[in-house]
Design a protein around this ligand. Sequence first.
Ligand code: NAP
Length: 254
Amino acid sequence: MSVLVLGGTGEARALASLLVADEVSVVSSLAGRVQNPRLPDGEVRIGGFGGVEGMVAWLRENQPHAVVDATHPFAQQISRNAVAACAVLGVPLVRLVRPQWEAQPGDQWTVVEDIGEAARVVGSSAARRSDEAHRGHRELRVLLTTGRQDVGAFAGIDNAFFLIRVVDPPTGALPPHHRVLRSRGPYGLDDERDLMVAEKIDLLVTKNSGGELTRAKLIVARELGIPVVMVARPAEPCGNVVTSVEEAANVGRK
Ligand code: NAP
């Protein structure tokens, strides 16, 4: 019995540990984007498969009895590839995706469809703030937590300051006024409060990744009355969705 876990998330690592503990043979697959990834238990392969064709070839060669797509909710291409490749060979596929965050009373969220719309909302807020500049307001200060691949969308905004929090440094275009803060969660309430107060953050930009490890920033934003630009999740291509590691492990054990 063996399971292919498409990983790169905490849930994928937790799933690999559960299955390995149950003596199910697991291969976890990582994209290879992060310099020092936290490695899951069991076997690990790193790097793209080479599209749908490459994944089909890998599945043919390695014959897992099931695939669990436990990639990040915003990693769309790999999830689409998994649906297509598993359909070709009839390999059972389950999508493990953590529940999304829901707005609570007191939250000031602007929910946007994608990162481009998030940049437009930030650009408008920055422009409004610039108009007020003659009344003594400083420029808008933004905490950007959408990950290094999406920073480029904000590169054209020259009238706001961006504190860009990332695991690895971004490689593409950056907004002119910025500082890169390299760190890796989980983040606690005190850390997030200290950061947002010390950096005088006016606006938080995040994807609706869900989960507990990075939720504290939303609680602190609510407490401090900081508005949030929340990028909504893309649609899921897989019909067979579970939201807990335990449910996914049950599929892997069958
Ligand atoms: P993506 O756009 O969905 O995938 C782009 C390509 O990267 C895929 O076509 C595939 O290449 C390769 N790939 C992605 N995940 C892979 C995996 N687990 N194993 C092997 N190849 C993989 O993915 P992404 O948004 O760049 O995310 C890359 C990885 O980072 C994912 O595994 C995800 O779980 C993790 N991650 C993403 C985010 C995010 O916000 N997107 C946040 C945190 C973690 P081939 O076509 O060559 O197979």
